[in-house]
Design a protein around this ligand. Structure first.
Ligand SMILES: CC(C)(COP(=O)(O)OP(=O)(O)OC[C@H]1O[C@@H](n2cnc3c(N)ncnc32)[C@H](O)[C@@H]1OP(=O)(O)O)[C@@H](O)C(=O)NCCC(=O)NCCS
Length: 409
């Protein structure tokens, strides 16, 4: 089967839309599709053609994302990936992935690609590693007691119209973007998408609610949530479904969570995308009040190892030769000398014996600051040639705050 991958023309959105419906086995509700269409970048959309039939599709969003440093790095957000059920397991996805990565390299655009996976078994073979995790937390209201946080009592929480307060909320989020690797800046369509609130995505819950945290008249945080009531014979058993909580200071963040966790008629509060080091999990006096399920969040792929590794910063000084294995992107394969610290970094080709030997996907897993390298070594996946180099690399790559993707795409 001959597969030709090429950019799509004027009707790129319509082609992508049709492919998503067929490949995901869904009817895409109009209100949700409109939100996606506003974010779509038609000139970064590609199709895989078998004869006249578009058998597969993939797109890229242009993101500027926080990487350890903190630094703002342009990354390619791969999305809208699907292959027609009639053409599966014949290499269509592989052709799309190869084209995208080779094209990014040849054009010299983003040195890192990121995505979220419908199924985690798919993308490792293309050099993507699991770079962030999501904790799905379900907090029992009866056990919500929290440790006191100085200053939280001075913060007031009030309702605001999500649309009218969009700018002020976006301003709060913009201020916290540098605080965690994995946060990306929202441009206008992504900002608007935050409050678009398509009815088809409410899951039977209320419209989106917005509350603002304020201190002395100044907005210091906000939360988006929905309420899902549930009247049972034994009593009210509703859920507060939290979408987002952000604040520019700890006390405001605590005040917002105290409000969300204590809603009458709601027996529990849920959040799908919490970080495992979120302060909420420390504040809860009963550590089992939050039942947490952890899963993969964002996957990262170093498109250009040298550029990617020199663009981020390192928590402790690092001076190592890495031997990288990368079959799909041969320009990455081989030995790289990485030298860096908190203030700068360089990474260039070298012809010296390596300290560490690892797959490009494992570098992707560590890139945003997740402390995974030691575990990969213990699992026999990353090979330590110079004793102590795994510990040194783990410390240097690990960020103070765990990386998190707070905006799924
Ligand atoms: C996932 C999907 C894109 C794969 O497309 P495809 O053209 O069948 O993939 P390929 O033929 O190029 O497969 C390449 C390899 O990935 C494997 N693979 C493909 N889909 C997989 C899956 N869902 N789980 C595990 N492995 C998978 C293939 O077995 C093959 O393995 P091999 O290299 O060892 O032979 C396609 O099945 C699809 O559209 N699924 C539904 C929508 C979806 O999940 N999209 C991804 C969104 S993130």
């Amino acid at each position: 089967m001959t597969i030709e991958v090429r950019p799509l023309g004027d009707d790129a959105w319509q082609q992508a839309f049709t492919m998503m419906e067929l490949s995901f086995g869904e009817t895409w509700p109009q209100d949700a599709a409109e939100v996606e269409q506003a974010r779509f970048e038609p000139d970064r959309s590609i199709g895989a053609f078998v004869g006249d039939t578009m058998a597969g599709h993939a797109a890229i969003y242009s993101f500027t994302m926080t990487v350890p440093g903190p630094r703002a790095l342009d990354v390619a957000g791969v999305s809208l990936v699907g292959v027609l059920p009639t053409h599966r397991r014949r290499g269509v996805l592989t052709a799309l992935m190869r084209h995208q990565l080779h094209d990014l390299h040849e054009s010299g655009r983003e040195p890192v690609a990121v995505l979220t996976a419908s199924e985690p078994a798919i993308y490792g073979r293309y050099g993507y590693g699991c770079a962030t995790q999501w904790a799905y937390a379900e907090i029992n209201r009866a056990k919500r007691a929290m440790r006191p946080v100085p200053g939280a009592d001075e913060v007031t929480v009030r309702y605001a119209d999500p649309e009218k307060s969009l700018d002020v909320c976006a301003g709060v989020r913009e201020a916290i973007v540098p605080t965690r690797p994995g946060y990306f800046r929202h441009n206008e369509p992504w900002r608007r998408g935050e409050v678009a609130d398509p009815e088809s995505e409410r899951g039977g819950a209320s419209a989106l609610r917005c509350v603002l945290a304020e201190r002395e008249g100044e907005v210091t945080g906000f939360a988006y949530y929905r309420s899902k009531s549930n009247w049972e014979p034994g009593g009210p058993n509703g859920t507060t479904v939290v979408q987002r909580v952000h604040a520019t200071d700890t006390a405001s963040y605590a005040a917002l969570w105290q409000f969300l966790a204590d809603q009458d008629l709601m027996a529990k509060v849920t959040h799908r995308r919490l970080s495992l080091d979120d302060p909420l999990l420390t504040w809860l006096r009963d550590s089992r009040a939050a039942m947490v399920t952890v899963r993969d969040g964002m996957w990262a792929r170093l498109v250009d190892v040298g550029r990617a590794l020199s663009e981020r910063r390192y928590t402790t000084p690092v001076d190592l030769v890495l031997e990288v294995r990368d079959d799909l992107c041969p320009w990455n394969a081989g030995r790289w000398h990485l030298a860096g610290d908190e203030s700068g970094a360089s990474c260039g080709r070298v012809d010296r014996e390596p300290d560490l030997v690892l797959e490009v996907a494992d570098l992707g897993a560590a890139y945003f600051g997740r402390p995974v390298l030691a575990a990969l070594g213990a699992a026999g996946v990353a090979e330590e040639r110079t004793p102590g180099s795994l510990t040194a690399a783990t410390r240097a790559f690990t960020s103070d705050a765990l990386p998190l993707l707070d905006t799924p795409f």
